[in-house]
Design a protein around this ligand. Structure first.
Ligand code: KG4
Ligand code: ZN
Length: 331
């Protein structure tokens, strides 16, 4: 019988220090997430240097907790996987250095994981039956990508944002409207009490690229001109406009690829309006739409361990020269 493979995943690309143990790429034995949100909230966003220092303080205890929750020791681990980009360089370096030290000390293989590939893999944990090929829309705080998932480690980028990432636009709008950081979940709630009755400009491209800065600026200007504008309606209209842009490109990509499976990934895929609209799209196009469990949408190490597992079984291991790459692209 094939031996089970336990991967220790480490994530530190932004403001979450997270460590997880995942069995055979799909079964989460532990997933400890140490969020720094409370620390950064008072600054209205993530302060990179403060994030790095807090990762240093948290990484050992978070790792010990992940082992304890999984009921294992370091000796039971088969592979060590860590995010090495994209993200904040100082924050990434903490996870990469810690993973390299563990790999050396324990004499276990090391796998560097692309954070965006991690977000995609959150779907493998949520849906045990999901296998490539499928289309994936990655919508997070730092990324907006429409990707053809050809195989577990083979990707083709079909479209991406030309300016802001969608989550960045959510966070900026929330800050200006007075909702605070992180803005996504707050806009999600505000929009539920409003009507999408304000027309906002949507940019259309010939290819599958996205643009969110025009929509964001229009919202900021409306709020500036009339500080008493109905914030619920403004949030609902913002969500409707960005979702229209996501739907338009996703429909084009589905027609082009002729795949029957669509997965959403990244923090913004937790948004209830977006989920509702994509479910409608699924019914209309007669395709299955997958969304990660809410707690796996935002940054966590289980998704990194899962992506690490597929890289490892496909021979993509790293050596001790692995370095943080802040602007790492997906292959
Ligand atoms: O994937 P993630 O944790 O970090 C990156 O890799 O960038 O995504 C964080 C982003 C933030 O911009 C946050 O506001 C957004 O995800 N977000 C949401 C929701 N929950 C988190 N955006 C819209 N609706 C939500 N419910
Ligand atoms: Zn992320």
């Amino acid at each position: 019988m094939k031996k089970d493979l336990l991967v220790l995943g480490i994530e530190s690309s932004c403001d979450e220090t997270s460590v997880s143990v995942v069995k055979n790429g799909r079964e989460v034995l532990s997933n400890v997430i140490n969020s720094q949100i409370d620390i950064h909230t008072r600054f209205g966003g993530v302060v990179p240097e403060i994030a790095s220092r807090n990762h240093v303080e948290a990484i050992s205890a978070t790792t010990m907790q992940a082992l304890k929750d999984a009921g294992i020791t370091f000796n039971d681990i088969d592979v060590i996987a860590c995010t090495y980009g994209p993200g904040l360089v100082g924050a990434l370096l903490v996870g990469v250095s810690y993973a390299k030290a563990l790999s050396y000390a324990l004499n276990k293989p090391l796998v560097g994981v692309n954070h965006i590939e991690g977000h995609i893999a959150a779907n493998y944990i949520t849906f045990k039956e999901l296998e490539p090929p499928f289309l994936c829309l990655i919508i997070s705080g730092g990324h907006t990508h429409l990707v053809s998932i050809k195989d577990y480690t083979e990707f083709e980028i079909l479209g991406k944002t030309r300016d802001d990432a969608i989550g960045e636009a959510f966070d900026k709008v929330a800050r200006v409207v007075g909702l605070g950081y992180p803005g996504g979940p707050k806009i999600d709630n505000m929009a539920k009490g409003g009507k999408p009755n304000i027309q906002l400009p949507i940019t259309h491209f010939d290819n599958l690229d996205f643009s969110f800065s025009g929509i964001k600026t229009a919202v900021l200007n409306l709020n500036h001109k009339d500080p008493n504008i109905n914030k619920n309606d403004l949030c609902a209209s913002f969500e409707k406009a960005v979702t229209e842009m996501l739907l338009e490109n996703t429909k084009k990509a589905l027609d082009k690829l002729k795949v029957k499976k669509l997965a959403l990934a990244g923090g913004v895929s937790a948004n209830s309006y977006i989920r509702e609209q994509f479910s409608k799209l699924g019914e209309e196009k007669k395709i299955k739409v997958y969304y990660p469990n809410i707690q796996l949408c935002t940054d966590n190490a289980a998704m990194i361990a899962s992506a690490g597992y597929y890289n490892y079984i496909n021979g993509n291991t790293s050596d001790l020269y692995l370095n943080a790459i802040p602007n790492l692209k997906i292959k």
